[in-house]
Write a protein that binds this ligand. Structure first.
Ligand code: FES
Length: 112
């Protein structure tokens, strides 16, 4: 194990009960003062910074069809599973590690 790897410590924080985020849904939660967008893509949960990379609009005000997140401000589109931009393709969402333990979604916002 290299030295850099030993310094990386995940800090998982409970964010939301999985039962409150059905497949095909997205919602915003506040974790340690940060607005986080949680998305359930076919049973897999993803977590992103709840800000559009274009002009920082709140993404939870947009639409989600189960595959694509659409920002309500200027209709930029993002792949919900990867966070990659679809239109335009030159941008992407900022993602956070997330996992589900005992029915609770946890996110890791990184070291303070
Ligand atoms: S702020 Fe999201 S598309 Fe412009």
């Amino acid at each position: 194990m290299d030295a850099a790897a030993t310094n990386v410590v995940a800090s998982w924080v409970p964010a939301l009960e999985l039962d409150e985020l059905w497949e095909g849904e997205m919602t915003a939660v506040t974790v340690n003062g940060t607005s986080v967008l949680l998305v359930n893509v076919d049973g897999d949960v993803r977590a992103y910074r709840n800000r559009c990379p274009h002009q920082q609009w709140a993404l939870d005000e947009g639409d989600f069809d189960g595959e694509v997140i659409v920002c309500s401000r200027h209709l930029w589109e993002f792949d919900a599973r990867s966070g990659a931009g679809r239109n335009p393709a030159t941008c992407s969402l900022s993602g956070y590690p997330c996992r589900v333990d005992d029915g609770m979604i946890h996110v890791d916002l990184g070291s303070p």
